[in-house]
Structures are given as structure tokens and as C-alpha cells.
Design a binder for this molecule. Structure first.
Ligand SMILES: Cc1cc2nc3c(=O)[nH]c(=O)nc-3n(C[C@H](O)[C@H](O)[C@H](O)COP(=O)(O)OP(=O)(O)OC[C@H]3O[C@@H](n4cnc5c(N)ncnc54)[C@H](O)[C@@H]3O)c2cc1C
Length: 460
């Protein structure tokens, strides 16, 4: 989506900035500040936006002050949690970035199996704190992804078959509204808002704390098997049968990638989080026998090891372009197209995923939370990555061509957190699905002037 860019209609003199800065426990970063470039850099190196001001919030009062300042000066407001959103909504041109990255508190209560975390926390930090108590919640598969944007968009991960989407485990949240009011959202307090923030993204306010239900997660069976790209058809057919028979405890993703040595590969990564590891080994045995694989990296491991397994493939600062959609099924025809397109990949850093969605995440009715993408068995995600700016056109074209070729197999839905910023209103509506009209009503109640519009926007 392309929201209109606005600079303040009121002059913001250096005295005004200074007074604002002095009122904060945190601090502001201006274009002339030494740390300006570092503060506006996010995961996707292709995003090169220059905000008028970045407010590094230290606490909830700072968030309130920033919201009031941005609103009163009619600034475009962007909100930065982990800064991992590929479309780059964490940073805007000319306006104000409300940067939550220093708000990193995490409190785990092992007795109630709950955790309260602030919005600057990343999944690696959250998992490390909860795993100290043998606990976890469905979270992102890369340690540097923020809990905030991921949870507000829905949240998929290795535990989703057993424990649902991340947002399904949200017990309550605290928000700062567009009017600068602090509100709680839970089943008891502002339930409409609680419904909306579980999938409706950052449209309704700035979340300053998330309370999660955790689950006992100890040693899991995780890792991946790798095959040569020539076997892609067999791998995907095997993956289809394997996932159709998988219990809720077993979640698997098929993928294609290129090895550091330049060899194109097709693989299957998985996580079995059941209590009985022997049972897990039996379930996974056919996967390890099939082929046989070039490499079998599957075995029992700490959950933290599984959660950091993909980190090296998606470093900060790479250029990235995404296209994704859910699939109605993984038919022979879809596999045939995949088999033709994947080996044509233009960048050796690019990955293509087919995530299996099943069990708890899909057992929730699509209108129970704003996150509505709960009926398709597979999510097709192209994550194009490269490091030479002049190559962008080639890699974006390959991504779009692959996406277009797969269109006959798409369901109506797309996961909001995989949308890029050039996709248009129809795609944003497709992400919210049949929940869009209800989300608009709630948006009209909590943010009628659309202060929080630099996102996959729900237009009030
Ligand atoms: C390498 C990589 C791996 C990923 N893996 C997964 C995965 O396994 N599972 C999955 O579900 N997704 C995954 N994602 C997608 C991820 O969910 C989104 O990128 C998500 O937006 C990241 O959240 P963030 O806080 O880091 O993002 P940011 O870029 O900081 O923010 C994203 C959006 O959320 C809004 N926002 C952020 N914080 C707040 C807040 N506190 N209050 C209100 N609005 C806020 C922002 O304004 C913005 O619109 C991955 C992304 C990348 C780049």
C-alpha cells in the first residue's frame, strides 16, 4: 500500500525538537545525529527511507508522548518493533518513527506458564527467556524477528500445528491509542480491540506489552534433509504425503535454496514437538529413508537450536523482495510448475518455501480472531535475497514470474506479514479476508483519523 507522505504542517524548530527530546526518558534521533543511518536501517537493505525523526522510546510514557507529538504535528507515524517487516513499514520517509527497539523487558511466570514481554523483544531473546523454564510459544523461525509485528499479524512457526498461531496464545495486551490513551485489550477489557489486534496488525494502536500463554517444550526433533534440485518433483510429492499424515506435533516446510558451494537443493525442514521422542523418530523415519538425502541433519535438539537454524540464511541488510500466497492444495500440476520455475532462480541467496499449516492453527474458526488465514493447508512464500543493488530488477522479475505461474493454485488468502508494499488494496483486503469489514468498524472506533496508516492499512 502507498500511504500519502506528510511532513508537519507546523514548523518544528530545533527548540521544539529539543523540548520534546528533554521530555523523554529515551531520546530522539534527527537526520544530523551521528546514529541516524544506523537507526533507520532495517532488515531489508532495499528499504532506504529518511524519516524526519526517530523516537527511541524507553517506556510507555515515551510512547504516549511520541504519539501525541506525531498527531499534534500531523506527522506520518511509523512504528518499529523488530524492524523485520520485509515491506519496511517500520520506517517512513519524512515522518516520525516510533522506535520500540529498546523496550526489551520480559517476565516469565513458570507457575502460570505465562510471559509478559515488551515490543522491542526479538524471538531469540523471548525464546531464551522462556526456555530457561522449559517453556515456549509459537514464534518466528528466525531469532532476529520481532515479537510485536509477528504477533499482531498472526504468527506462524514450528509449534503452530500443536499450539496454534502466536496470536492464539495472546492473553492480553496493553496499547497506546491514536489519542494517546493507554488501554488494555483482553477477553474482558475492550474485547473488540483484543479481537482486532490478533491479526489486524498495527492498525489500532501501539502495543507496549504482550501477555502470552506458554507451553512445555523441551527437546524436540528438528533439522532438515537436503536433496539435489533434480529431485524436486519427488521431494514435493513425498512432502505432500508426509504432511497429509502428520500429527499436530509435526510441522514441516519444503524449500528450495542454493548451497554456499552453488549447488541448487530441495529440502524438507521439520519440528516434532511431541512428548514421546521415540514416536517422533518413527514418524520421521520415512523422511530420512526417502532418497536417500544428500544430507540428513535431523535429530533430537534443544528448541533453541531449531529456532536459530535458519538465521545464517537471512542476514540483516540483504536486499529482499517477497511474494506469497496460500495454496488450495499441492496438486501434481502445482508441483510441475514449481519444478519448472524453481531451478531458474536468479539469486543464489533466494529461498522458496512451502509451509504446511494444519492442526491447532487451522482448527480455529477464521472469524474467531482477526487472523483469518486458517483454511489452506499450504503457504507458498518466495523470499528473494541478493546483495548487489543493481541486480534488483532481475530478482524482482524472477519472483513475480514464479508467483504468476503459481496463481492457478492459490486460495483467496495471503498472510498479512508476507505482503510487500507494492501489492495494492485488493491484496491487503485478501489478507484480512471476510474479517475486513469488522476490522474497519473497530478501526473507526479506535483510530478514526487513521494515524496508524503506515502499515497494511485498514481504511476507517
Ligand atoms: C527473515 C524473516 C523471517 C520471518 N519468519 C517468520 C516466521 O517464521 N513466522 C511469521 O509469522 N513471520 C515471519 N516473518 C514475517 C514477520 O512476521 C514480519 O516481518 C513481522 O512484521 C516482523 O515483526 P517486527 O516487529 O520485526 O517488524 P517491524 O518491521 O518492526 O513491524 C512490522 C509491522 O508491525 C507494526 N508494529 C511493530 N511493532 C508494533 C507495536 N508494538 N504496536 C503496533 N504495531 C507494531 C509496524 O508498524 C509494522 O507495520 C519473517 C520475516 C523475516 C524478514
Amino acid at each position: 500500500m502507498t500511504a500519502p507522505l506528510t511532513v508537519s504542517k507546523h514548523p518544528i524548530t530545533s527548540e521544539v525538537w529539543e523540548k520534546f527530546d528533554n521530555s523523554l526518558a529515551g531520546s530522539i534521533v534527527l537526520p544530523e545525529s551521528e546514529n541516524y543511518d544506523a537507526s533507520r536501517a532495517i532488515w531489508n537493505g532495499m528499504i532506504d527511507r529518511k524519516p524526519a525523526c526517530i523516537v527511541k522510546c524507553a517506556n510507555v510514557e515515551d510512547v504516549v508522548a511520541a504519539v501525541n507529538f506525531g498527531r499534534n504535528h500531523q506527522l506520518l507515524v511509523a512504528v518499529k518493533g523488530g524492524g523485520h517487516n520485509a515491506a519496511g513499514f517500520a520506517i517512513c520517509d519524512d515522518g516520525m518513527v516510533i522506535d520500540l527497539t529498546n523496550m526489551k523487558g520480559i517476565e516469565v511466570n513458570p507457575r502460570t506458564k505465562t510471559a509478559i514481554a515488551q515490543p522491542g523483544v526479538l524471538w531469540g531473546e523471548f525464546d531464551a527467556a522462556t526456555q530457561e523454564h522449559g517453556l515456549a510459544v509459537t514464534g518466528g523461525a528466525v531469532t532476529t524477528t520481532g515479537i510485536a509485528g509477528l504477533t499482531l499479524g498472526g504468527g506462524v512457526g514450528w509449534l503452530m500445528g500443536k499450539y496454534g498461531a502466536t496470536c492464539d496464545n495472546l492473553l492480553s495486551a496493553e496499547l497506546v491509542t491514536a489519542e494517546g490513551q493507554i488501554l488494555k485489550a483482553s477477553p474482558e477489557e475492550n474485547p473488540d480491540l483484543f479481537w482486532a489486534i490478533r491479526g489486524g496488525g498495527g492498525n489500532f494502536g501501539i502495543v507496549t506489552s504482550f501477555e502470552y500463554q506458554l507451553h512445555t517444550v523441551g527437546t524436540i526433533i528438528g533439522g532438515m534433509v537436503l536433496h539435489p534440485m533434480e529431485k524436486i518433483e519427488e521431494v514435493l510429492k513425498f512432502f505432500r504425503t508426509f504432511t497429509q499424515n502428520a500429527p499436530d506435533e509435526l510441522t514441516a516446510y519444503a524449500f528450495t535454496m542454493t548451497s554456499p558451494e552453488g549447488m541448487q537443493m530441495a529440502g524438507i525442514a521439520l519440528c516434532y514437538c511431541g512428548d514421546d521422542l521415540d514416536e517422533g523418530e518413527k514418524l520421521i523415519a520415512p523422511l530420512r529413508e526417502f532418497g536417500p538425502p544428500l544430507a540428513d541433519l535431523i535429530g533430537p535438539m534443544p528448541y533453541l537450536q531449531q529456532q536459530s537454524m535458519l538465521d545464517a540464511t537471512v542476514p540483516h541488510g540483504q536486499f529482499s523482495y517477497w511474494k506469497a500466497n496460500q495454496l488450495t492444495s499441492l496438486s501434481d500440476e502445482a508441483i510441475e510448475i514449481f519444478k519448472t520455475q524453481a531451478p531458474l532462480v536468479s539469486s543464489p541467496r533466494t529461498m522458496v518455501l512451502i509451509e504446511h499449516h494444519h492442526g491447532a492453527i487451522n482448527n480455529v474458526t477464521p472469524d474467531a480472531t482477526a487472523f483469518s488465514q486458517r483454511r489452506s493447508p499450504y503457504d507458498f512464500v518466495i523470499i528473494s535475497l541478493w546483495d548487489q543493488p543493481e541486480e534488483s530488477e532481475i530478482h524482482i522479475k524472477w519472483t513475480r514470474d514464479f508467483f504468476e505461474a503459481m496463481k492457478p493454485f492459490f486460495s483467496a488468502g495471503v498472510y498479512v506479514n508476507t505482503l510487500f508494499n507494492d501489492e495494492g488494496l485488493d491484496r491487503v483486503k485478501a489478507a484480512y479476508g471476510d474479517n475486513y469489514d469488522r476490522l474497519r468498524e473497530i478501526k473507526r472506533k479506535y483510530d478514526p483519523s487513521n494515524l496508524f496508516r503506515w502499515n497494511n492499512n485498514i481504511i476507517p
